[in-house]
Design a protein around this ligand. Structure first.
Ligand code: 4YB
Length: 457
């Protein structure tokens, strides 16, 4: 059921501080029986510390197995779980807990305690599985474009509905193995869990981040954001044949898909969002679109905006401790993403409508400039942000990461490329490196970057 790759030196290389070791006696291959025993034990443990089926609890940690166990146990109890990024600062965590009415914060340390005496819990392991598939179960924070993160509420059934279409498209079956390559506090990580559970396949979980590329090389399936795939392609690990990689979360450079294809990797370009419990559309080996809606999802374009509904659509946002539906009067979730259907009737995502800005009367969609700059092959990452300008209102600045170092010569090359491929009003007025103090994570925080860059001008 699970391949659990322990860190090499327990405690030393692990993502955790070395003051405690979690699950010291757990084998590398965790069978379903063993997993069930662990989930039951965790349920009992949570019960003992006061969690019940009415509880909304939070988990913040870095340990993949503890996180997964907490996820499965909470849901099996019929309780509800909100997961918090380990990078969220303490002060923000406190306000997030307060805002969402969360009483318990579970951390990895709880599992250090728990793992000391599994058998004691096992002896009482007769607690009933009361999870109902149609009750609020997961609370997934989504940052949206502005303000504090909102939690999106999903039932187990909605996650399972979403999983079905992806398993079908990527032929994910019991004999396959999906790497838990993205964190569970993000919907993309949860998507992996529901595909694993719904077909009874193998999940590969790694304790040590340093084993990532090796773990990936041994998995038949994985979900990656484009920058991860970019890094994977230069690794020298021996890979298993016919790997299938689901990409998403951001614009997928077409060169990346071509390069992966050349190395025998099957890519699936996906488009998904938290509100839909991950993937909505995906397509195999195409590099300029994200295909058609998967099983039981629907997509509609309304005045250039992508609207979605169907399998995976959540119950609503958790606001003031109530579920507030996010569908519009017509029953769709309006994504604020700009898109269109291409000639093959496949969806093309052009960027977020709320990222658009006006420069000298012309509309600028920063993602469109980013796409062109990326196609130069000169850079690893780019984000175009507006800076205010007396004459033009706003003008574009490109924040770039070169494969090598950021220097004048590299900037000149990129600038020349831009001049040949972009209309004049879209040409960045400056090229600056990414600030070192902003944490990337899965989504690079565009608004925060914009504020920081504004200070430089
Ligand atoms: C895009 C985009 C695209 C999203 N082009 N903008 O299981 C998966 O589907 C998966 C696999 C690998 C990596 C990520 C995933 C996801 O789930 C991604 C889901 C996600 O990013 N959710 S989010 O709520 O954090 O952000 C959603 C937004 O991300 C969308 O509204 C788009 O703006 C953007 N996005 N896929 C361009 N292919």
């Amino acid at each position: 059921a699970i391949i659990w790759k322990k860190g090499k030196e327990q405690g030393e290389n692990s993502a955790l501080s070395s003051s405690f070791t979690l699950f010291p006696n757990i084998a590398e291959k965790i069978t379903w029986t063993e997993w069930q025993r662990l989930v039951l034990s965790a349920q009992l443990y949570l019960g003992k510390i006061g969690v019940n089926s009415n509880s909304l609890i939070a988990y913040q940690g870095t340990h993949r197995l503890a996180g997964l166990l907490c996820y499965c146990a909470t849901l099996a109890m019929g309780a509800r779980l909100l997961q918090i990024s380990p990078m969220m600062p303490e002060k923000q965590v406190r306000s997030c807990l307060l805002q969402n009415g969360v009483k318990f914060l579970i951390t990895d340390e709880h599992f250090a305690d728990f793992s000391q005496d599994l058998t004691a819990y096992m002896l009482q392991a007769n607690c009933n599985q009361i999870a109902c598939f149609n009750l609020p179960a997961t609370f997934t924070l989504t940052s949206g474009s502005s303000g504090s993160p909102k939690a999106v509420v999903h039932t187990i059934q909605q996650h399972l509905d979403n999983a079905k279409g992806v398993c079908e498209l990527m032929d994910f079956k019991q004999q396959h193995c999906w790497l838990l390559s993205l964190p569970l506090f993000h919907v993309s990580g949860q998507g992996i869990v529901w595909r694993w559970l719904s077909v009874g396949a193998t999940l590969m979980a790694l304790e040590d981040r340093q084993d990532f590329w090796q773990g990936l090389a041994q998995s038949s399936h994985a979900s990656l954001v484009p920058t991860q795939l970019q890094r994977y392609l230069v690794q020298t690990e021996k890979r298993i044949k016919k790997q299938k990689i689901l990409l998403g979360g951001a614009f997928i450079p077409s060169e990346l898909i071509t390069q992966a294809m050349a190395q025998g990797i099957e890519t699936y370009a996906g488009y998904g969002l938290t509100e839909m419990a991950s993937t909505v559309c995906a397509v195999k080996m195409e590099n300029d679109n994200v295909g058609k809606p998967l099983l039981q999802r629907e997509v509609q374009i309304e005045k250039n905006e992508i609207w979605v509904r169907g399998a995976g659509l959540g119950l609503g946002y958790w606001l003031h401790q109530q579920i507030v539906p996010f569908i519009n009067d017509q029953g769709w979730f309006a994504t604020k993403d700009k898109g269109f259907w291409n000639k093959q009737n496949h969806l093309v995502v052009e960027g977020r409508l709320d990222n658009m800005f006006i420069s000298g009367g012309e509309n600028i969609q920063p993602e469109q400039i980013e796409k062109i700059l990326l196609s130069s092959g000169l850079i690893e990452q780019v984000m175009v942000v507006p800076i205010s300008d007396n004459e033009f209102g706003f003008r574009p600045v490109a924040v770039v990461r070169f494969a090598e170092s950021f220097n004048l010569q590299a900037v000149r090359l990129l600038e020349n490329f831009a001049k040949r491929h972009l209309e004049k009003f879209k040409l960045p007025v400056a090229y600056v490196p990414f600030p070192s103090d902003i944490q990337g994570g899965i989504k690079y925080p565009r608004k925060q970057l914009q504020q920081e860059i504004a200070l430089q001008f």
